[in-house]
Ligand binder design. Structure first.
Ligand code: ATP
Ligand code: MG
Length: 597
């Protein structure tokens, strides 16, 4: 696809971007230098200290750290001093309850202030925090808490009663349940967080966690199979801070909105840690996706930097441009996306309607932070994930049948996207799955499981998950390329493409699409879509069949589950569907990602 590159004119920027010369910055970068930007205290390094306490110590306590927008229209603001105090109280409460360093504290909470206090407080006292997405049903919650040997659960009374109470006794490691929003109805054996927290001391000496002390446990999105528990350590903060600075162009005082839920790694790494480390003001919206509400928030809260996900962007595109015209979005300076491939169409749409492109970036739960990005001052190639961050060494590799790895030198050649280990936010383990962890590495490379290619400018282009690559009549076809062409058609809101076994061709391409409002499924439209795909892709790559669906199956973090499309098409077992979003409520819980990403 030949979509024109979007060039930038530095003279037109209201604020000089943090990265103005990619090559110079990439070449001169060192992790020692990045580590020196982390203040630490005593011998320790601690994510929460760096995110919050440091700024208070440096005289910025009165700056707003968090603006919380409740579902019902309430709005609360927290300064860095407030956030320090409330997280100290939470840390003290945990210590009083006998929680020890290394114990795992789980949350099952909506985007409420208590969740932010809990994660920062846990990190301060050396606990390991594991956020769960609040829309999970009882089974995925129980299985994750069991795998993680949860010792504390933080939740609301409502969520607890609905999703945990019935099986709680089966989890012998669980020592305490801390509940908020109990309104005097806290069940026996549980602790009323809203009454206990104000009684706890607001002074706390952050515990001396070291670089390798475990800090976070994040489960992957479950797009390709059973979710894995990725373990991250306190040293990750070095990359969080530095990637927020370069890839999201965060400046102190920015008003920043990451729409991802903290139940996913994006919502923690870039919804909490990276932005706070860069001393911005977080906008946190408790409500679910709603186009009008979103534009209203962007306008009223004067959001400068907005980090969201392709599914949300496609939903906004589906609603149309007229709505955007009603809002004053001039405060928006930088837009970024992660979690899934971002179709070129979405980038050019954004350039047209916001006057700025979405900057796609790529990373995974395992990488803990952004690895590839399109940068604020650099040209954007629509459809590309961008280039490696300073400090990140990425390559395309191929592995032969004997398991030997070689780096692909030829630009444009497809292979597996690999990273040289050593960046600080790299996962240290899959919890209780050491063998699976080891399998991610080959000859000193971390293998991402994604297929991509690199162009002559060093930009990386996503092709598909390695398991999703389609081999048809001697061609290798990446689902993303076919999906992007289908999404270009005015009737198509989103597309998922899979390979189906075929006696003659090996596999044939089959596409599933959901339509924009105002378009109806009929034979004429299917024929028009086929003609569009053939014209753009050629008959060897175009889908053999296109099925129109009301919705495509997605993870709760908004990723299209191609493996499920395939299983359903072939009548095979559906496998782990613990993260499947319910088909009946496609717009609910769409706040990503990413997911990761
Ligand atoms: P699981 O590992 O359980 O199957 P998952 O891989 O979807 O789930 P995440 O870690 O949340 O879990 O997502 C990372 C993956 O998301 C990447 O490996 C990639 O496939 C996809 N992804 C993330 N960002 C991008 C992007 N910008 N472009 C293309 N794909 C992306
Ligand atoms: Mg994955």
């Amino acid at each position: 696809m030949d979509v024109p590159i979007i060039h930038k004119d530095l003279k037109k920027f209201s604020l000089t971007p943090n990265l103005t010369d990619y090559h110079r910055c990439y070449q001169s970068f060192s992790w020692t230098q990045a580590r020196a930007n982390i203040k630490g205290y005593g011998k320790g390094i601690n994510i929460a200290f760096e995110a919050v306490d440091r700024h208070v110590e440096e005289g910025h306590g009165e700056q707003h750290a968090l603006i919380w927008l409740g579902k019902k229209g309430d709005r609360q603001t927290y300064t860095y001093t407030d956030l320090k105090a409330v997280s100290n109280r939470f840390a003290n409460l945990l210590v009083k309850l006998g929680v020890k360093q290394g114990d795992r504290i789980f949350s099952l909470a909506g985007r409420t202030p208590q969740l932010y206090a809990a994660i920062l407080g846990t990190l301060k006292m050396g606990g390991v925090f594991c956020p769960l997405f609040s829309a999970f049903g009882p089974e995925p919650i129980q299985s994750r808490m069991t795998i993680g040997d949860a010792s504390i659960l933080v939740s609301s009374l409502k969520l607890y009663k609905k999703k945990v109470a019935a099986w709680q006794k089966q989890l012998s490691t669980l020592k305490h349940v801390l509940l908020y929003d109990c309104e005097g109805q806290c069940p026996e054996g549980c602790i009323d967080l809203d009454s206990q927290l104000p009684q706890a001391d607001d002074q706390f000496t952050v515990c001396e966690t070291s670089e390798e002390t475990p800090a976070l446990l994040h489960f992957t999105s479950g797009t390709t199979g059973k979710p894995k528990g990725a373990v991250h350590v306190h040293n990750a903060v070095v990359h969080h801070k530095h990637s927020g600075f370069y890839a999201l162009d965060l400046h102190p005082g920015d008003r920043y909105w990451c729409t991802a839920d903290p139940g996913w790694v994006t919502g923690t790494s870039y919804g909490i840690i990276a932005p706070l480390c860069n001393r911005v003001t977080l906008i946190v919206d408790e409500a679910e996706f709603d186009p009008e509400r979103w534009y209203q928030i962007l306008e009223q809260e004067k959001v400068n930097v907005w980090y969201t996900a392709p599914t949300a962007i496609r939903m906004l595109m589906k609603v149309g441009e007229a709505l955007i015209q009603q809002y004053d979005l001039r405060a928006l300076r930088f837009l970024a996306s992660v979690g899934e491939p971002l179709n070129p169409e979405a980038v050019t749409w954004s350039q047209r309607v916001f006057g700025k492109p979405f900057h796609d970036n790529w990373w995974q739960t395992e990488t803990g932070g952004i690895m590839l990005a399109n940068f604020a001052a650099e040209p954007v190639k629509p459809g590309s994930m961008g280039r490696p961050l300073p400090g990140i060494h990425a390559a395309i590799v191929s592995i032969n049948e004997q398991g030997q790895l070689t780096e692909v030198k030829q630009h444009g050649e497809i292979g597996e996207l690999a990273l040289k280990p050593g960046w600080p936010s790299m996962f240290r383990d899959y919890l209780h799955e050491a063998e699976r962890y080891q399998k991610c590495f080959n000859a000193d490379w971390y293998l991402s499981g994604d297929l991509a290619y690199e162009d002559h400018d060093g930009y990386f282009w996503f092709v598909g998950r390695s398991k999703d690559l389609i081999k048809s009549a001697g061609h290798l076809i990446g689902p993303f390329e076919v999906e992007s062409v289908l999404v270009e058609h005015p009737a198509v809101a989103e597309a998922g493409v899979i390979g189906i076994p075929d006696e003659v061709a090996g596999e044939v391409v089959v596409a599933f699409v959901a339509l924009k409002p105002g378009f109806n499924a009929n034979d004429e439209l299917t024929t028009a879509l086929m003609a569009h795909a053939r014209k753009k892709l050629g008959s060897a790559v175009a889908p053999r069949a296109i099925h129109i669906k009301d919705n495509l199956p997605k993870t709760r973090s908004g990723k299209i589950m191609r493996r499920l499309l395939k299983a359903r098409e072939l009548g095979l077992p559906e496998g782990d569907i613990s993260t499947l979003e319910s088909d009946e409520h496609p717009q609910q819980n769409m706040q990503n990602s990413g997911d990761q990403a």
